[in-house]
Design a protein around this ligand. Structure first.
Ligand code: 5AD
Ligand code: SF4
Length: 438
């Protein structure tokens, strides 16, 4: 049997696309290999949001190229955002690559790979007639009780640092009937938690005469779905009706990932985020008033062009003021073709490094303080399986999206009550009480 391996970089959207890529390769009769070295078809589903994933990909492609020299039948395919952004250059940069394709054209993977019995012509750029929702394709799901559901593709925002609108195109919403039909069939198959995915979920449906609040309510009504998550919303589009829907729908989890990016209104303006520090803080107040015990996570960038020490300190104070439960912190990385990359006032690397270290310190301190307040609580945890670091513990997540390691006895997919006894900046620890529902 021929075997494939898929390596995934980047966001949950990409992880979800990889499940479809795997599903399609399995439909073509391939089995999954444990490592790229053991595979006949090696796929890289790439990201280009920052420079680091680009560099990592180069190393992986070097290894795959070496294997191809020893086994010339190996097919190397590169998909995703880096491939889309570099489609003019990818085959000259990496002559070992046979097929490359962008995030919208996964649907055609079978044609390129299958048509010639995998004897694809070197340098095939996988075009498709139009961008297709990967959701309509076969799927290889890693977990039986959790699923990602794509609700839109593309992004209409113009954040000046971000390459995504250029690679993923204009926003298109998936029809609510299709989204719901997929979620109903997932629920029938035993899925209890869905994560709705889009580059900006809160602008969902405007092109179809509906909106995200209506979608949340409809998903909440699906029998068997006990937890609904979504990522990512843009603060500018977080309207009152979505907050109401979050507060009123039992299945919608008490967590929002709300990318702030910077605490300085001046920098936010240059980033073209279209909200101020004050507007963001007011939104947080509004959400917390409506949704008791809401957890908030965020994305933060340091070293945006022109960011002064004073601007940066405003990011630090915003983290304290909001009290984020967790945060992804990034060093600004100039992406060719974006507005911010063309600015002449780039921040020196040593200043960026100093700022990220100071930011991480504050983020961790605030998160540790917030987590410490959970000790003594009993929280509902969706069991994911044995802990990665110590298999004598189980691992799962609370509704507020905190990872919990705990002693207990329950199969993956169960909802159990855990008494929280310990907390660090990123995890909670505890002991299982009784099974809530099976
Ligand atoms: N440099 C650094 N971080 C970036 N992000 C997006 N573009 C860049 C960039 N050029 C971050 C943002 C976004 C997250 C997914 O990645 O914080 O929310
Ligand atoms: Fe996801 Fe953006 Fe990376 Fe593409 S570039 S994989 S959309 S994070």
């Amino acid at each position: 049997m021929r075997r494939y391996h898929v390596t995934t970089f980047g966001c949950q959207m990409n992880a979800h696309d990889s499940e479809r890529i795997k599903g399609m390769l399995e439909e073509l009769g391939l089995g999954e290999a444990a490592a790229p070295e053991d595979a006949d078809v090696v796929v890289f589903n790439t990201c280009t949001i920052r420079e680091k994933p680009d560099t990592k990909l180069a190393a992986y492609l070097g290894d795959a190229g070496a294997r191809k020299r020893a086994h010339p039948d190996t097919v190397i395919a590169v998909g995703g955002c880096y491939a889309e952004a570099q489609q003019e250059r990818i085959f000259s940069l990496y002559p070992q690559v046979d097929v490359a394709f962008g995030p919208g054209t996964i649907a055609h993977l079978g044609e390129w790979l299958g048509a010639g019995g995998f004897g694809v012509a070197r340098g095939t750029w996988g075009t498709g007639e139009e961008r297709v929702f990967a959701a309509t394709l076969p799927m290889h799901r890693e977990r039986t009780f959790q699923a990602w559901v794509q609700i839109s593709m593309g992004c209409n925002s113009v954040c000046s640092y971000c390459i995504v609108p250029a690679v993923r195109g204009r926003e298109v919403s998936r029809r609510p009937g299709e989204v719901l039909a997929e979620i109903e069939s997932l629920a029938t198959a035993g899925v209890r938690e869905v994560t709705l995915l889009g580059q900006n979920v809160n602008s969902y449906g405007r092109d179809l005469g509906t909106d995200f609040a209506q979608l949340l309510r409809a998903v909440d009504a699906v029998d068997g779905i006990e937890r609904i998550r979504f990522t990512s919303p843009h603060p500018k589009d977080f309207r009152a009706n979505v907050i109401e829907a979050m507060a009123e729908c039992n299945a919608v989890c008490e967590h929002a990932h709300l990318p702030l990016q910077s605490g300085s209104t001046r920098v936010l303006k240059a980033m073209r985020r279209t909200y101020s520090r004050e507007r963001y803080l007011a939104l947080v107040d509004e959400m917390r008033a409506a949704i008791p015990d809401l957890a908030l996570s965020t994305d933060l960038i340091v070293g945006f062009p022109g960011e002064t020490e004073e601007d940066f300190c405003e990011t630090l104070t915003a983290v304290e003021e909001v009290g984020f439960d967790s945060a992804f912190t990034f060093v600004y990385s100039p992406r060719a073709g974006t507005e911010a990359a063309a600015r002449t006032d780039q921040v020196p690397d040593d200043v960026k490094r100093d700022r990220i270290e100071r930011l991480v310190e504050v983020v961790q301190r605030v998160a540790t303080e917030r987590n410490a307040t959970r000790v003594g609580n009993v929280e509902e945890v969706l069991v994911e399986g044995p802990s990665r670091t110590d298999p004598s513990f189980l691992r799962g997540r609370t509704r507020r999206n905190m990872a919990v390691n705990f002693t207990g006895d329950a199969p993956p997919g169960d909802l159990v009550n855990v008494r929280i006894e310990r907390a660090t900046s990123q995890t909670l620890g505890g002991v299982q009480l009784a099974v809530v529902r099976v």
